[in-house]
Design a protein around this ligand. Structure first.
Ligand code: GLY
Length: 383
């Protein structure tokens, strides 16, 4: 059975593959705050250096599932395209991919089995943003968000209005639920509660040593129960051109099995995506509610403006989130968060960095090519 505890434990972990990385502690004095102000929460001991802080020049970074995205976005930058077009076309690869259940086509649905997508784009040179939230039936919400930015006087369209706008822009409606997503949802629904009229796996008494012959279309009983625990996933992508122009994009199917209408951080400017052409671009993946209440993307850009490197800004945003996670349901017995968030920061000069609450990864396309690197985690799941 998927409990609320399971939900919190895995929420936000889908942003990338787990990659081991050193754990460390930030000396509180170096952050200019008194320990008594921050409270006695467990925290890492030092912040390992972020190799991306030394990079200069054109660069694209993304969440760990964005290797193809950063590669495509840099191709477009090399061809002279606007950075907003580059990041949107980059994440389109994830949106179109039925195997990526964090975003677009194949994204995991809400509690009613309907895929609802969120996305935003922010463009540095014009300081404009566009976003859509709870968009159904359109697999490329980032493209719709870019058209909100370019063709309207608004920043955010939601639900039915966003869908009508997408139709007017010529987007085709389609069923975004793949067979794998439908079966994962059905598995979750059947096992979500013993108080409802759906039989849990344990209540179905399958014939010993046999498999179900008539179990509906699809092989529900073959779904790995752990598969339904992967509850959030998102793609963020930030780019900077040779001239120092920036753009950022975040797109997602949001928290799986969410209450219909739930909007995460991805379409909220300042929360899951933010860009200032004088400073840098930043974004987040993971538990969106925490990114909203901490304005994490804006925080990273603000910290870079105050002089922190991208690596330091990402790590500090992660640390602030932990310090502000006050609800006991969000913390384990050891006081550590029971969710994960990853933070990505790119500076105007091409320096970059990424951090996370627990181990994570991010993709980069810089002067050394495209690759996936570990984020700097505040905590190690191993200890
Ligand atoms: N960060 C994605 C979401 O929570 O919707």
């Amino acid at each position: 059975m998927i409990t609320r505890r399971d939900f919190l434990a895995v929420s936000g972990a889908g942003a990338g593959v787990g990659v081991g990385a050193a754990t460390g502690v930030v000396p509180i004095a170096s952050l200019g705050m008194a320990a008594s102000v921050l409270g006695a929460r467990p925290r890492p001991a030092s912040q390992p250096a972020s190799e991306g802080d030394a990079h200069r020049g054109p660069c694209v970074i993304a969440s760990g599932n964005g290797l193809a995205a950063v590669t495509r976005a840099m191709e477009l930058l090399d061809q002279g395209y606007d950075p907003a077009d580059a990041v949107v076309q980059g994440v389109r690869i994830n949106e179109d991919d039925p195997e990526d259940n964090s975003v677009g086509y194949g994204g995991l649905p809400n509690e009613e089995g309907i895929v609802e997508l969120d996305a935003s784009v922010m463009h540095g040179p014009t300081h404009k943003s566009g976003a859509v939230a709870s968009l159904r039936h359109i697999k490329n919400p980032a493209q719709v968000a870019l058209l909100v930015l370019r063709r309207t006087n608004h920043c955010l369209l939601v639900g039915e209005g966003a869908l009508r706008f997408a139709r007017q822009m010529g987007f085709q409606e389609e069923n975004l639920l793949t067979e794998a997503s439908r079966l994962a949802w059905l598995k979750w629904k059947a096992n979500a509660s013993r108080e409802d009229f759906w039989l849990d796996d344990a209540e179905r008494d399958p014939p010993a040593g046999k498999v179900w012959v008539s179990d509906g279309p699809g092989k529900l009983s073959a779904i790995d129960p752990d598969g339904v625990k992967r509850l959030t996933g998102t793609v963020h992508c930030s780019a900077v051109t040779r001239a120092g122009d920036l753009a950022g994009c975040t797109t997602t199917s949001g928290l799986s099995w969410k209450i219909p209408g739930r909007v995460g951080d991805s379409p909220i400017i300042g929360a899951g995506n933010y860009c200032d052409n004088e400073v840098g671009s930043a974004g987040c993946t993971g538990r969106g509610e925490s990114c909203i209440t901490n304005l994490s993307a804006y925080t990273m850009v603000m910290l870079m403006e105050m002089g922190k490197t991208p690596g330091e800004a990402a790590f500090e945003a992660a640390r602030r989130m932990v310090d502000r996670s006050k609800e006991s349901r969000l913390k384990g017995a050891d006081g550590r968060p029971r969710f994960n968030v990853s933070f990505y920061a790119l500076r105007k000069d091409g320096a970059y960095g990424a951090a996370s609450l627990y181990e994570g990864s991010f993709a980069v396309r810089d002067r050394d090519g495209a690759r996936v690197l570990p984020t700097v985690p505040l905590y190690s799941k191993g200890g």
